[in-house]
Design a protein around this ligand. Structure first.
Ligand code: NDP
Length: 324
């Protein structure tokens, strides 16, 4: 692929299609599960713990368990009331740690405010930490050791690599330094020999910094924040943000040539937009759309982690791509 250092903007930017890549990965996971079972193994088990009734969390957990079951993974959800105490939640995690049929545990975040999510995540057995949020997993990631990598940054790298986007030697600017996205992604890009710069809310001259990027990752959670002034021609843009737009005038302004988005708005009362102004994508060499870019990869990579956990716990051969 053309290196954006050449700053040759192709006439049409390439769309990095997350739905297609996620479907490929999910089919690979299903294959892997079939092989595991055919070799006499137990189907992998993934249990999600959902505390309270946050509607977005219900949707996320639902899509994770549905996708698990489609891939032959035994998915379960433990629903706990919002008034669950810290002691009760820790005891629930202890129970899952001790349950041999459970290979992966995920505690859906955010937890209700009275619960200490760090302590809960630290209680998960690192061998079952398929979200990759345990300090042991984080440390191993930065030591370039085999570990569970959080699903969103893993998915970003999968999407880039499956589309032949070159990472080695590139100037990557990651805007957003969360534990979920920015920091683990930096470790993965460094491991692939990118030159990585972090930016965040206190960064000075953000526009200039972004314009110097060959690979720009926007992960800040602000609708359409990054405009044409942030994107140099020929940049590869990864838009991680998922934001809901509920203002019709904004939808019309951001999607002037996309009548289907306005139709979606009329039907649902909102549309999704990333952290990048969709009009800025025209300058890119390639970009991830929202929706249909990074989002679908997150669930797919969680399934990959779950099968790896099952294989390790059952002592069977490593899944392909284990060292990633
Ligand atoms: P966080 O809120 O945890 O972190 C946001 C980061 O953005 C912080 O580092 C913050 O800086 C930085 N930031 C905020 N405002 C600015 C600004 N004006 N300029 C520069 N930096 C800024 O968010 P997450 O990492 O959890 O999520 C980011 C986005 O990605 C959200 O839209 C979320 O919905 C989406 N997401 C999407 C996923 C997917 O599957 N596609 C999965 C996970 C998240 P500071 O540290 O200084 O406060």
């Amino acid at each position: 692929m053309t290196r954006p250092t050449d700053r040759e903007t192709p006439s049409e930017p390439r769309i990095l299609d997350g739905r297609r890549a996620a479907a490929e990965i999910r089919a690979e996971v299903a294959d892997d599960v079939r092989q595991l079972v055919a070799a006499g193994g137990r189907p992998p088990g993934l249990t999600a713990v959902l505390v309270g009734d946050d509607p977005a969390s219900q949707v996320y957990v639902g899509s994770k368990t549905r996708a698990s079951e489609e891939a032959g993974i035994v998915g379960a959800v433990l629903r706990l009331p919002s008034e669950t105490t810290q002691v009760e939640l820790l005891a629930t995690v202890d129970g899952l740690n001790a349950d041999d049929a459970v290979d992966g545990i995920l505690v859906q975040l955010p937890l209700p405010g009275h619960l200490d999510s760090s302590r809960v995540l630290e209680r998960i057995d690192p061998a079952k930490d398929v979200d990759g949020f345990h300090p042991v997993s984080v440390g191993r990631l930065w030591l370039d050791r085999e570990t569970f990598v959080p699903a969103t940054p893993s998915g970003i790298v999968e999407l880039l690599e499956r589309n032949g986007v070159e990472i080695e030697g590139r100037r990557a600017v990651i805007v957003g330094r969360s534990h979920l996205v920015g920091k683990p992604l930096a470790a993965l890009l460094l491991r692939r020999n990118a030159t990585v710069t972090f930016a965040h809310s206190r960064t000075q001259d953000l526009k200039e910094l972004c314009r110097g990027a060959e690979l720009l990752v926007a992960a800040i959670g602000r609708p359409a924040f990054f405009g044409e002034e942030h994107v140099a021609p020929g940049t590869v843009v990864v838009d991680v943000g998922i934001n809901r737009l509920e203002d019709r005038a904004e939808v019309e302004r951001l999607f002037p040539d996309r009548p289907e988005r306005l139709e979606t708005f009329e039907r649902r009362g909102s549309v999704l937009v990333g952290d990048v102004d969709p009009r800025a994508f025209a300058r890119a060499a390639a970009y991830t759309p929202v929706p249909g870019g990074v989002g679908p990869l997150t669930v797919a990579c969680l399934l990959v982690n779950t099968v790896r956990a099952a294989r390790r716990r059952q002592g069977t051969a490593a899944a392909p791509g284990e060292s990633r």
